[in-house]
Design a protein around this ligand. Structure first.
Ligand SMILES: Cc1cc2nc3c(=O)[nH]c(=O)nc-3n(C[C@H](O)[C@H](O)[C@H](O)COP(=O)(O)OP(=O)(O)OC[C@H]3O[C@@H](n4cnc5c(N)ncnc54)[C@H](O)[C@@H]3O)c2cc1C
Length: 346
């Protein structure tokens, strides 16, 4: 296991609200690390509606989901946040006191942090893969059945069966085809939801004999000690057949679950984290909740609400990180010290 990473603030979730919190914390000289279960930054905006315009972000008459994330990333650049993607914050242990909070936080990939404040910006909870209803699939998971590709190299030279008809299935088919021994794509019908140019590329590879496309569904798995040797399938004509493979990647979409947050000792209300509206702190001093994950009287699940919540939470985090310093309120337009931090000195 690697060394413990010590930080002032650890943000759970790299959605729009977690990203803007980096800015507000950075202005107060508070360094942030962010962890997100997804392999990419941007939460719901990037995952669910990257190309849809949003019309109620102040100052932007219209900006797409991905456009907003790109701008936030530019805005927080001066503060050099460190991202830990494809990792889920699994456990949180309090090792400090109410007046000097300190938390030991561990991810499912084994990364360990020691942080003076924890900011939960986890939206609707963690995006988790939808699992296909195949008997005993759990005995193969993480050994030869994977719901995400963490390292492409692990699949080099293997016979890979990819299941699904959306963008993830098609993108990974095209990415892995050059390095796998053989890629087979299986979908329940010969129509795909993925981007048309990816589908075209896949069909050309099939026509050139460089990969296989099979129509049907996986009904069972064969193998030993979690190592797959073949997948049993049923075609649309009900005929049964087997596909020889030693890795399977099912891409059936994502679902949002509260996940491990339920076990962090916080009081919860209908799967949301109650906070006060002065500093957006939870029932545990030093743990904050901002954005879609929190609840309080009058809460609106809007991105702009989350931005406001992050600004106020940062003020309180400052007191934990710099207990002996006084915080003076400053505007970015007129404070040369803030402008210096932003690298925009006049
Ligand atoms: C189709 C659609 C349209 C929308 N349109 C608008 C609109 O027009 N205007 C508007 O204001 N809002 C809109 N919203 C709502 C808006 O997207 C949310 O309010 C916003 O994304 C909340 O941001 P967030 O950062 O709190 O959470 P999210 O964007 O949900 O990000 C949370 C992140 O936390 C991660 N996470 C959760 N648990 C863990 C864990 N344990 N470990 C590691 N990572 C974790 C998740 O993977 C996720 O990436 C829309 C939503 C949808 C679905």
């Amino acid at each position: 296991m690697s060394d413990v990473i010590k930080t002032d603030a650890l943000i759970v979730g790299a959605g729009p609200v977690g990203l803007f919190a980096v800015f507000e914390l950075g202005l107060l000289d508070i360094k942030s690390h962010l962890v997100d279960i997804l392999p990419k930054i941007g939460g719901q905006c990037a995952e669910l509606y990257p190309e849809k315009p949003i019309y109620d972000i102040p100052g932007f008459p219209s900006v797409t989901g991905q456009g907003l994330i790109d701008n936030l990333m530019k805005q927080i650049e001066p503060f050099h946040p460190e991202f830990h993607l494809s990792e889920m914050v699994a456990s949180v242990e309090s090792i400090g006191t109410d007046t000097a909070p300190l938390f030991r936080v561990t991810t499912d990939a084994g990364t360990e942090f020691e942080t003076k404040s924890l900011i939960i910006a986890a939206g609707g909870g963690s995006f988790q893969p939808k699992k296909p209803p195949i008997p005993e699939i759990d005995t193969y998971e993480e050994k030869s059945v994977f719901y995400a590709v963490r390292r492409m190299e692990d699949l080099r030279g293997r016979d890979v069966l990819i299941v699904g008809g959306g963008d993830s299935a098609l993108d990974w088919t095209l990415n892995l085809q050059p390095i796998a021994r053989r890629v087979t794509l299986m979908h329940r019908r010969d129509e795909f939801r993925a981007a048309p140019h990816s589908v075209e590329q896949m069909r050309s590879l099939v026509a050139e004999g460089k990969m296989d496309l099979r129509i049907g569904q996986v009904t069972g798995l064969r193998g030993d000690h979690g190592l797959l040797s073949s997948a049993l399938c049923r075609g649309s004509d009900n005929a049964e057949f087997a596909i020889s493979c030693n890795a399977m990647l099912p891409f059936f979409g994502l679902t949002m679950k509260l996940g491990p947050i339920a076990n962090w000792g916080l009081s919860l209300s209908e799967n949301l984290v109650p906070v006060d509206t002065e500093k957006f702190e939870t029932s545990t001093p030093g743990i904050f909740a901002i954005g879609d994950i929190n609840t309080y009287p009058g809460k609106l699940k809007l991105i702009l609400s989350g931005f406001h919540e992050g600004a106020l939470a940062a003020q309180r985090v400052y007191r934990y990180v710099y207990p002996d310093k006084r915080l003076t309120f400053q505007y970015t337009t007129s404070s040369s010290s803030l402008q210096k931090k932003l690298g925009v000195e006049a």
